[in-house]
Ligand binder design. Structure first.
Ligand code: DGL
Length: 202
């Protein structure tokens, strides 16, 4: 029996575990890297995000991985294009945003994206969704402290609930038919989000 191919999967912290959980039933042999030393990525420069991501990809290559899942929206938005050029012939990179955008594009014409500020500013979701649905109107909203709430498990604090609600309302006021949690940390906020908006909007 041949040994299973090693697949690297990473995020800036615990967020990517939500993606790993979905992948595990496929039976792959995964190595997870959470870059908790450098989290959060979302308020760093493009250059910093590329450097953090490059180090992780080099680590996976050193471990013998032939594939890497970028379970980090911020890396997919800011670092994928550069690192695909650097490493594309050595390791197959699967970027999150570019992979999911065609599916999101079918979900409606007014689409809100909650993400880190770096992802929102890059407008990668808008570019990728428009490739699949040129009628789509996409609102990208950077949500600065969401990652802190998740990493520090501040879910139960009244201030956290008010903070999340404030950002959600910005997209609801735009009339979004679908709201995408465009950061792998945000599914951990689902309990709060679904208190103020119907479950099926996410
Ligand atoms: N979880 C990451 C993402 O999907 C980034 C969060 C952060 O480190 O700011 O974008």
């Amino acid at each position: 029996m041949t040994e299973k191919e090693l697949i690297g999967i990473f995020d800036s912290g615990v967020g990517g575990l939500s993606i790993l959980k979905k992948l595990l039933p496929s039976g792959g042999h995964y190595l997870y890297f959470g870059d908790t030393k450098n989290v959060p990525y979302g308020n760093k420069t493009k250059e910093e995000i590329i450097n953090f991501t490059r180090n992780i990809i080099e680590f996976f290559i050193s471990k013998g991985a032939k594939r890497v899942v970028m379970a980090c929206n911020t890396s997919s938005a800011l670092a994928y294009d550069t690192l695909e050029k650097e490493f594309g012939t050595i390791i197959k990179i699967h970027p999150l945003i570019q992979t999911v955008a065609p599916y999101i594009a079918r979900e409606g014409n007014i689409i809100g994206i909650m993400s880190t500020c770096a992802t929102a500013q890059s407008k990668t979701y808008t570019k990728e969704i428009l490739k699949a649905n040129d009628k789509a109107v996409v609102y990208e909203l950077g949500c600065p402290d969401f990652v802190k709430i998740v990493e520090e498990r501040l879910y139960d604090k009244k201030e956290s609930v008010e903070y999340v609600k404030k950002y959600l309302n910005i997209l609801l006021d735009k009339g979004c038919e679908k709201i995408v949690l465009g950061c792998t940390h945000y599914p951990y906020l689902t309990d709060i989000l679904t208190r103020f908006a119907p479950k099926d909007i996410f």
